[in-house]
Design a protein around this ligand. Structure first.
Ligand SMILES: Cc1cc2nc3c(=O)[nH]c(=O)nc-3n(C[C@H](O)[C@H](O)[C@H](O)COP(=O)(O)OP(=O)(O)OC[C@H]3O[C@@H](n4cnc5c(N)ncnc54)[C@H](O)[C@@H]3O)c2cc1C
Length: 409
């Protein structure tokens, strides 16, 4: 590869905060809200023009993993979110899961930001970090206004892909491309008789799977579900494998490939699926559905042996999918922080867990729960008189504020 040298530039510092959150997905919004509620001057930086990450732009419209099979294990800001969605829109319980409208969630997340006096920067991409010893001293951001800098006492990485790990030179856990979970372009289809579609898929499951297989699609992941709107459904089936979502060329390839698949699927469904005769494509997800990316190598790496353990630094719960009785596991704070960095916390799907257990921690409610804890920890870390160190946060205080804010640990 050839290189050029980009000249040194003076970058304007456009804001100084106690806590700066990068990535406005479910984890990031929960982190920013919690930090602000705990008294920190907070900002949130998001590359797209709306908040919600996969839960809005990815068309992932079902909250899964809220319970241990019986009881709710995730409340706090996640519960507040559900309550707020209900005030402006319908939700539907599907077994233990909750179906919602992604446009309602965008509005609710905007409200969290304004109500809690959080400074939002949408259309803004975190593109680098300035590091001094074990501290992030500035975050470099890019947007239509050019390149600039945000400074904070504590930085929270909720980018899903642990982008800070690249800028800070941290080691990460990332599967080889062939072992990464597929990426998916979400499909929203309208004009359907969803009851007939359901009957067809249930009664002709093999035939339905054969359609997917004929387009080279994996059938062990994804599915479909009617949305809250009459005649409308979300199909989570247009997958692409072997995609490294930290590689822009791979992402470009995935967009082109899956879009073509979506149109082929719609065409086949119109011809072959009863209930889809008058069906049409409403839209595809504004952002590629990314499940699996970089995960940090944290102070603690959660593995199979940990599912029965309790942790002194527990900050959240996650459903236990490897136990036959389900139940839940505790998430330790050590999974959110690294040995190297003193003012950087991670939240959401990039926390430090083994790949085989990853499904337990990557669903929207659990991402909100780790975000919730990260936000409070960030606020606490910048409150003390001592030098900032997220590894020295008073865990008892963190846990008691989490519980005051309705979380379950
Ligand atoms: C196809 C699919 C189906 C799924 N199905 C379900 C389901 O049914 N139920 C469920 O609960 N979960 C499901 N999940 C999992 C869940 O949606 C995600 O794991 C969860 O949304 C992760 O939350 P997060 O906040 O960690 O990351 P994300 O939702 O990915 O949010 C990250 C945010 O950071 C922003 N960002 C990234 N990089 C930068 C940057 N450099 N600068 C600025 N902003 C940046 C992104 O734009 C995004 O808004 C599914 C996921 C996929 C992909």
């Amino acid at each position: 590869m050839n290189y050029i040298i980009e000249g040194a530039q003076e970058l304007p510092i456009i804001g100084e905060y106690d806590v700066a959150v990068f990535g406005g997905g479910p984890a990031g919004v929960a982190a920013a809200t919690a930090a602000a509620k705990t008294g920190a001057k907070t900002t949130i930086v998001e590359r797209y023009g709306y908040l919600g990450g996969q839960a809005t732009g990815g068309l992932v419209i079902l909250l899964v993993g809220l319970t241990d099979g019986k009881e709710r294990i995730i409340k706090g800001i996640c519960k507040d979110t559900i309550k707020k969605i209900k005030q402006i829109s319908r939700i539907e319980k599907i077994g233990p899961h909750i179906l919602f409208d992604p446009e309602a969630l965008k509005l609710v997340f905007d409200e969290f930001i304004t109500e809690n006096d959080i400074k939002p920067y949408y259309h803004t991409f975190l593109s680098n970090a300035v590091i001094y010893e074990n501290m992030v001293s500035a975050a470099v951001i890019d947007g239509k206004s050019g390149r600039s800098v945000i400074k904070a006492k504590v930085y929270i990485d909720a980018t899903g892909d642990a982008d800070f790990s690249k800028y800070c030179g941290l080691s990460v856990l990332k599967e080889n491309k062939e072992n990464l979970l597929p990426v998916t372009l979400g499909i929203r289809a309208g004009g359907l008789d969803t009851e007939k579609v359901k009957t067809y898929i249930n009664q002709n499951y093999e035939q339905y799977q054969n359609i997917l297989k004929s387009l080279g699609l994996p059938i062990n992941i994804g599915g479909w579900i009617p949305t809250l709107h009459k005649g409308e459904a979300w199909f989570n089936i247009a997958h692409a494998q072997n995609i490294d979502c930290t590689n822009t060329q791979d992402l470009t390839h995935a967009e082109i490939k899956t879009r073509k698949i979506v149109h082929k699927l719609i065409d086949i469904f119109q011809k072959e699926m009863p209930g889809f005769e008058n069906g049409y494509l409403i839209d595809t997800s504004a952002q590629m559905g990314i499940r699996d990316s970089r995960r940090i190598k944290g102070m603690y790496l959660f593995s199979r042996e940990d599912t029965d353990k309790t942790f002194d630094d527990a900050i959240a719960r996650a459903p236990n999918y490897i136990s036959n009785e389900q139940g839940s596991v505790q998430v330790p704070y050590g999974c959110l922080i690294t040995r190297k960095m003193n003012n950087l916390i991670f939240a959401g799907r990039c926390i430090s867990v083994e790949h085989e257990l990853f499904d337990m921690f990557r669903e929207i409610p659990c991402c909100m729960a780790t975000g919730h804890a990260a936000g409070i920890a960030g606020a606490l870390a910048c409150k003390g008189k001592n030098e900032i160190n997220v590894k020295k946060v008073d865990i008892k205080k963190l846990q008691s504020i989490l519980m005051e804010q309705g979380a379950i640990i």
